[in-house]
Design a protein around this ligand. Sequence first.
Ligand code: FAD
Length: 485
Amino acid sequence: MARAEKVVVVGGGPVGALAATALAKAGFRVTLVERRDDLRQHEEQELAENATDKSASKRSINLALSYRGIEALRAVGLDEAALKIAIPMHGRLIHMPDGTRRFQRYDETDVTNHINSISREDLNKLLLDAAAAQSGIEMLFGQQLLHIDKAGRLHFAKTASVGSGTYNDCAEGDLVIDDADLILGCDGAYSSVRESLTRLQSTNFSRRYISHGYKELEVRPDEKSGKYKIEPAEALSIWPRGDFMMIALPNLDYSFTCTIFAPLEELQSLSEDADIKAYFEQNFPGIIPYMPDYVDQFKRNPACRLVTSRVDPWNLGHKIVLLGDAAHAMVPFYGQGMNSGMEDVLELMETLSQHEMDITRAIPAFAVSRMPRGNAIADLSLDNYMEMRSHTASRLFLLRKRLEGWLNALFPSHWVPLYKMVAFTRIPYDEAVRREARQSSILEVSAIVSAVGLVALSSIAGLAFWSGSLNPFERTSLSGRSSGR
Ligand code: FAD
């Protein structure tokens, strides 16, 4: 059994911090290197620098944690700690343009199924705390990977003060790690490990920016009660508006983080107070009383881009492998970016275990089996934008959801709605896509058969009526008259 002595994890985001802990627990010696300063010591420095007031600097960014992420946390004993700082969301709360609201439970068949709103920063701190407490892990902060050379040496440079938010003004030569048996690239969508991978071997890489971007805003707690302004708070609020939408996830401090997803050009072009006011009054009038400073927030907060990326292969032999956003950055419309990245870690550990911790066999096997799964969820995430911003407001969508709920209740192991497979199971994403295609074709065929049947029935009834042989209205009289009296 070849056992890796040393694993270097590049990136201390949720995926890197989790991977470091899982590998150290399995007996590897781990060095985690993160570009930023230690999150746990430099609370929200970046935000505080740019903020004009204290409350703005406390803006919390949250995300939805679901089954796959929770299972990965469970594997290192952190699921309960994470769920303690999360808020359950049982369904979607749809805010219609006319001000009415509809609640759509995520799973009508099993009402205990829910997703969880969690602060990105609190979760990352929890994971870094766990890594720091785990023996066998060395953590280095403020070191940016520049490149990996042909001999497998990692070259880092000290990053400039994190408060400035710039990481470009660094000089090579500060730190070189030359004894890594395995390098994990957990350094996010703009991964330097991936860049080295593409230089060290023939690697296909594509990046696609969608035309829509996002802007985050905040609904603060009610001034009088100190409680949530939107109730029920235990839901993911969506304001679907056809070509764009706003969503809101609750935070533990009774605030909500709202995100507008819309054409990036539009988000960037709205800069005058009057234009921003007109935009909100036309599209989101219901949110205005909850967010009195929406114009200031809109002007202050940046409009950000959304990117999907694909890389093939994910590995360089058994020396380098990519995980999380470094391997599969995706748009956030399925709430699976981080969940799938954490599941990467879980699946990596499962594959290592299947191969008796032999990285020479496990790493290539993992990279080959996991890649189609990462690509599948990236594709599904793109598709789900249409569902969220438009279909959630449609009655046909609701009808289909209800029908699928019934089918799931009747045939629980044979018919599972796509959202349920993705958010509440560990069915591999690519398998979920195949099952959904089969289910959809069954639904479509049934709909065609029913429609043809209905047309045939009404034609027969119509013919019979006009030919006088049978008057259906007489036989089934709506007035209650019966031929038998
Ligand atoms: P990152 O979080 O990007 O972490 C990478 C780390 O590597 C960072 O700490 C970075 O500083 C460090 N790093 C980068 N380069 C270097 C270098 N050269 N050297 C050293 N360190 C480096 N996902 C969900 O599951 N649910 C959601 O609800 C959800 N909502 C989202 C909403 C929005 C608006 C967006 C944009 C994303 C959302 N996501 C969501 C996706 C989620 O944020 C990412 O998938 C997740 O953060 C990826 O984790 P990661 O650790 O792979 O990468």
